[in-house]
Design a binder for this molecule. Structure first.
Ligand SMILES: [Zn+2]
Length: 199
């Protein structure tokens, strides 16, 4: 039993307070709003979380620990495969990003780092539900790009950017439709359906 349990609750006890105490002190990280956005598809959150922490196993990482003998990108072969290169510098990823921005009717401003890019996206919308949906798209994009990279590694093929973007939008719209409740306005529902239709 955690130290302090017996002395902490001599007068009154509530499950909520007990739970908070058991969790202990934790550091607030700004990216949690994006990574653990409740609209996210859970497996996308896990990959987004690992990418944010720099824990995805790229070739640059494997090279650093002596597992592989070269660290160049699997998809373009032009630069070392770091997380930033994977998601924001590689031509393929940029093509996907530009297409996604077009679907969301956002201007494709340069994105340089995964830890700051989500902020730029979330500022684009005033509406809370549209903002959350937009962040689901970002997490899905990171997930699908990572899948495409793994496909290049294991199957020696890469989906066309159009196919990847279709997968992103299809998975996001299906996910968010499940979360619609009575608080959603008709305008928000129409916006989501339009997002699903745009090619
Ligand atoms: Zn590359």
């Amino acid at each position: 039993m955690k130290t302090g349990f017996l002395t902490q609750w001599q007068t009154s006890y509530s499950i909520k307070e007990g739970y908070k105490w058991l969790q202990g002190e934790s550091r607030n990280v700004p990216w949690s709003k994006w990574v653990w956005n409740r609209y996210n598809i859970p497996k996308h959150s896990v990959i987004a979380w690992m990418a944010t922490l720099g824990k995805l196993i790229t070739k640059a990482h494997l090279f650093g620990i002596g597992v592989v003998t070269e660290k160049m990108c699997l998809m373009c072969g032009l630069q070392e495969e770091s997380i930033e290169h994977c998601f924001f510098q590689r031509k393929y990823s940029l093509q996907c990003y530009v297409k996604i921005c077009r679907r969301l009717k956002l201007s494709a401003t340069p994105m340089d780092h995964i830890n700051s890019s989500w902020k730029k996206w979330s500022r684009k919308y005033a509406c809370k539900r549209k903002k959350s949906t937009c962040l689901v798209v970002l997490a899905a994009l990171v997930y699908q790009i990572w899948c495409a990279r793994n496909c290049a590694y294991w199957e020696k093929r890469i989906p066309r950017p159009e196919v990847l973007v279709d997968n992103v939008m299809h998975s996001v719209c299906n996910r968010v439709r499940q979360l619609i409740n009575s608080k959603w306005s008709q305008g928000e529902k129409d916006w989501l359906e339009e997002l699903a239709r745009i090619q």
